[in-house]
Design a protein around this ligand. Structure first.
Ligand code: UD1
Ligand code: CA
Length: 459
């Protein structure tokens, strides 16, 4: 028997007050639906079905061919969404894990535990519940005196007594395909919202089939996200889980509550992360690196013993032993060589540098290939843009670039070149050359009195 998953994700997410379909909304810079698909993929589920409707192309663009799609043209409720998949799933032997697309913190190990409980108890319909001290917004689980589930009542349909119930419906279920999906068409929409509720399946199934439940102990893993406040709470929980995992794995974090690490980031033991640092995307940080404070790193590789302080690193590589910052900006595939120094207010874009190169202060390096042991003086600029096109700068090894130098691209500087400070270099410089490109100084003796009042002699 195969295990299937059905994720209900056709809704707009009106309470988000945003045009982005809710399940595509990012949590720690990654769309909600990706967390769900990733965890289902890690579980025993073999095939994933996704019910889409509102802006389905946005969600398909994220999930691609990792799921099969079912469409719900009009969003008439969670039961109606599940009906869209009934023609397929009612014919497949096995069990289906059903969940809403707005419960992003679901964990693959819990999914497998739910399947185990469902099978061990011989259930036809397992309802995953959680206990919340503040259950507002969730459907409540109504049990009889023997503790058997009688029905699920939505907040809007609940009476005052039912509203006091703290056991809630997580919206997650495991169902026997044939039994559940063939009964689904009997749902009606006689309720406060005029929708077909999947939760009403309890009443339809309880007569002839076995209904059971599974209470998820860590209730934050089952939280539903309906608005932007819930997004912030989900991020807080996720941050805590992720940071704890890294710390137990040997990553030291100073003030971890101010540190945000994305779900797919790999950090080796022996890394130190300082406060107010955000590391997201497909980033890898290697042993001995020190990152932060006040740093953002996204989709980048930071090698061993690199130090990045007060800086931004996007889509870039920083190789072993290099220091970055304070206030540096690496972006668009910057590839910084080993033992470099990229210092105060230096921007590097779409450029590579060799071993031991330094740009310690106030420089812009763009569209350049830079060799080893190059020194960029303070204020040097690769002038890559002529107003229409971007041009390339090539710099050899062992080059000294004096302060306030402009290298007007396209341009090629050879090895062992020395460029005098203040030069605007427009022509290539061959190996071993010296270039100076600035106007000569004129000094007029005893002339300043025409320009400034001389300082009085107080003797
Ligand atoms: C639902 C449950 C509630 C539970 C809560 C848990 C119902 C009736 N209520 O309420 O008992 O406590 O989840 O988080 O099931 N969707 C569709 N098509 C539709 C309507 C919804 O695909 O026509 C999808 C949404 O995109 C969403 C999910 O189903 O991802 C849940 O819908 P939502 O409106 O958020 O349900 P809740 O009110 O939170
Ligand atoms: Ca919800």
């Amino acid at each position: 028997m195969k295990n299937y998953a059905l994720v209900l994700a056709a809704g707009k997410g009106t309470r988000m007050k945003s045009d982005i379909p809710k399940v595509a909304f990012p949590i720690l810079r990654k769309p909600m639906i990706e967390y769900i698909v990733e965890n289902i993929e890690k579980s025993s589920v073999e095939e994933i079905y996704l019910v889409l409707g509102y802006k389905r192309e946005v969600v398909e663009g994220i999930v691609k061919d990792r799921a099969k799609y079912v469409y719900q043209e009009e969003q008439l409720g969670t039961g109606h969404a599940a009906m869209m998949a009934a023609p397929v799933l009612s014919k497949l032997d096995g069990n289906t894990f059903i969940m809403p697309g707005d419960v992003p913190l679901i964990w693959y190990k819990s999914i497998d535990r739910m399947f185990a409980v469902h099978e061990d108890n011989g259930n036809d319909f397992t309802i995953v519940t959680a206990h919340y001290d503040d259950p507002e917004g969730y459907g409540r689980i109504v049990r009889n005196e023997q503790g058997v589930i009688q029905r699920i009542v939505e907040e809007k349909d609940a009476n005052d007594f039912e509203k006091e119930i703290k056991e809630v419906n997580t919206g997650i279920y495991i169902v026997n395909n044939k039994k559940f999906f063939s009964l689904l068409k009997n749902l009606n929409n006689n309720n406060a919202k005029g929708e077909y509720y999947i939760t009403d399946m309890v009443e339809l199934m309880k007569k002839d089939y076995k209904i059971g439940s599974y209470m998820i102990k860590n209730n934050s893993l089952a939280m539903g996200v309906n608005d932007l406040y819930a997004i912030s709470k989900a991020e807080k929980y996720l941050r805590e889980y992720i940071n704890k995992d890294h710390m137990l794995n040997g990553v030291s974090m100073i003030n971890p509550e101010t540190i945000t690490i994305g779900h797919n980031v790999i950090i080796e033991p022996g890394v130190t992360i300082n406060p107010n640092t955000t590391i997201t995307g497909e980033t890898v940080i290697k042993a001995g690196a020190i990152v932060g404070p006040n740093t953002e790193i996204h989709n980048s590789r930071i090698d061993s013993h690199v130090v990045v302080r007060h800086s931004l690193v996007y889509d870039s590589i920083v190789r072993e032993g290099t220091t970055v910052g304070p206030f540096a900006h690496l972006r668009d595939h910057a590839d910084i060589g080993t033992h470099n120094r990229i210092g105060n207010f230096v921007e590097v874009k779409k450029s590579s540098t060799g071993h031991n190169t330094k740009a310690s202060h106030l420089a812009y390096i763009g569209d350049s290939v830079v060799g080893e042991s190059v020194n960029f003086g303070c204020g040097s600029v690769t002038v890559n843009y002529d107003g229409k096109l971007k041009h390339k700068t090539e710099i050899g090894d062992n080059v000294f670039i004096g302060c306030n130098t402009n290298l007007i691209a396209p341009i090629k500087i050879g090895d062992n070149v020395f460029i005098a400070a203040g030069s605007t270099v427009t022509k290539d410089i061959p190996n071993n050359g010296f270039a100076i490109a600035r106007s000569r100084q004129v000094t007029k003796e005893d002339y300043s009195k025409y320009l400034i009042k001389p300082k009085e002699n107080k003797e």
